[in-house]
Design a protein around this ligand. Structure first.
Ligand SMILES: [Fe+2]
Length: 280
């Protein structure tokens, strides 16, 4: 028997609200399967005021795949605390990099595949700003003309930490620069042909340049693609209420947080589901 979720589409290109589910329902393996299928269809799923506790959040994510247990500065393993407040976690200010459109996992430390999905729950929200925005990179590919697809199909892009961080910190210290450059860069095809056969564009603030193309010319191509993919008419912007939970498919989306104050109380709890599919 398959479980059918009650979904309400949020925009034409991306996002659906899942209606009527409780945290108890999430203990059901068939619900987890239905959530995975809906993620593939909609990219972003919103559970308004689900009020899931951190333990249940991690438990649910284990039904979706392998959970990332990196140190998250939270008492529950598998929870990573997101805040700009340095008192709540070290290097919290580095989170400002997430104000740029990006995909997670394009510059892996050890060649691991990009994360499959991310779940975020709101503990406290910002007074102003702090929304999370999502842009479908499947839709971005689908929107290209036949001639554009032909052009981008064979392009490869070098992704670096420096490219993304320098957009947030345009005047880095030599120490900052050295740290960014210590992170391995990674070349990916611009077009990801997924195991499902669907195609998406792999881009974001971390996309430094197109390999083998004049640097400025390549950046102009990337900028144009990103601007079109993130046009306000095609994105979903989630305005958080305390207790909301959102999960997204990192393989087919770019995301960003809109800026909020460094002294804001905003606090999100994140759980990451690791991926196994390499970009090819
Ligand atoms: Fe992110």
């Amino acid at each position: 028997m398959t479980t059918t979720l009650n979904t309400k589409r949020l925009t034409d290109a991306v996002g659906a609200e899942i209606i009527g589910l409780t945290t108890d329902d999430l203990r059901d393996d068939q619900v987890a399967e239905a959530v995975l299928a809906a993620l593939e269809d909609y990219g972003v799923l919103v559970f308004r005021e689900l009020r899931i506790n951190p333990v249940d959040q991690v438990e649910f994510c284990t039904r979706l795949g392998e959970v990332d247990y990196e140190e998250g500065h939270h008492e529950v393993r598998g929870i990573y605390r997101i805040t700009l407040d340095n008192a709540k976690r070290p290097n919290a200010h580095l989170m400002k990099g997430t104000f740029q459109w990006h995909m997670d996992g394009c510059t892996p430390l050890h060649d691991e595949a990009p994360q499959k999905a991310t779940m975020l729950s709101a503990i406290a929200v910002a007074e102003t700003g702090g929304e999370t925005e999502f842009a479908s990179t499947y839709a971005a590919y689908d929107a290209l003309s036949e001639a554009e697809r032909k052009h981008v199909d064979s392009l490869r892009v070098l992704h670096t930490l420096e490219a993304s961080q320098s957009k947030t910190y345009p005047d880095p210290t030599p120490e900052q620069l050295a740290k960014w450059r210590a992170r391995p860069s990674k070349e990916h095809p611009l077009v990801w042909t997924h195991a499902t056969g669907r195609k998406s564009l792999v881009m974001g603030a971390h996309a430094d340049h197109i390999v083998g193309m004049d640097i400025d010319e390549g950046r102009a191509v990337l900028d144009d693609l990103i601007i079109r993919a993130t046009d306000p008419s095609v994105i979903y912007r989630h305005e958080w209420s305390v207790g909301d939970t959102v999960i997204w498919d990192n393989h087919g989306l770019m995301h960003r947080a809109t800026p909020y104050a460094s002294n804001s109380d905003r606090e999100m709890l994140r759980t990451t589901v690791l991926g196994s599919e390499q970009i090819r």
